[in-house]
Write a protein that binds this ligand. Sequence first.
Ligand code: SAH
Length: 244
Amino acid sequence: MSPKHIIAGMVLQLVLISGGHAVADEYAHQRQQLMAEIEDDVKRTARYIDRKSFDKRVMQAMDTVPRHKFVPSHLRSRAYENRPLPIGYGQTISQPYIVALMTDLLQPQPDHSVLEIGTGSGYQAAVLSRLVESVYSIEIIEELGKSSTQLLKRIGYDNIKTRIADGYDGWPQHAPFDSIIVTAAISHIPPPLVQQLKKGGRMVIPVGTRFQTQYLTLVEKDMQGFITTRQLLPVQFVPFTGGH
Ligand code: SAH
């Protein structure tokens, strides 16, 4: 190869690299701004949630997962706003601060197995998958379940198993779980989910109906198997559906 060819090759490579960076940087900057907004929100809500900051690993995961890939393409430019966005079928991708809070409340560890009810866009499952060994996620709306499963595969998050079903009954084949996260609001804590939680495990669930204030609730199962619940802060989630 002549020197001219080598130089031409190098120039092409540089263009490709800087082109790639230009795109990554555009979102990286927006993501960093979002991280700062989440940190502000944590300070403002500290008295409700009993913490002044979130775990570094949780914030790192939030900073890694490309939220713009989980929102409909016409909303891509708004993907890093700290607010929920519609994902079709009357459902929403949760507000990033709430995703970070729920993730932090689960105290995820690298050897954990986590169950999520309400896959939706797949974003919450993606964030969790960066922090634990395996994520099991159930979605009741077939179309959403299929599209989020494909997306998670495409991005390469291969420690997430998904299923289309009513999540009320959990996923007994993979139980017990170190933690459980429910991302739709329900009037009560489903007994099958309590049963599928390990001793020492934690569940985060919005409890309430469309007509009551919903509270983000932390459920803890102690080493004897006793349950305590704590209402943390008022939230607004889409309803838990299905036949319960
Ligand atoms: N975790 C999602 C949030 C989606 S909104 C995300 O990160 O995008 C809540 C989701 O819960 C919706 O997709 C809704 O269809 C689903 N859902 C509601 N009731 C359910 C049930 N009984 N079983 C499984 N999923 C349910």
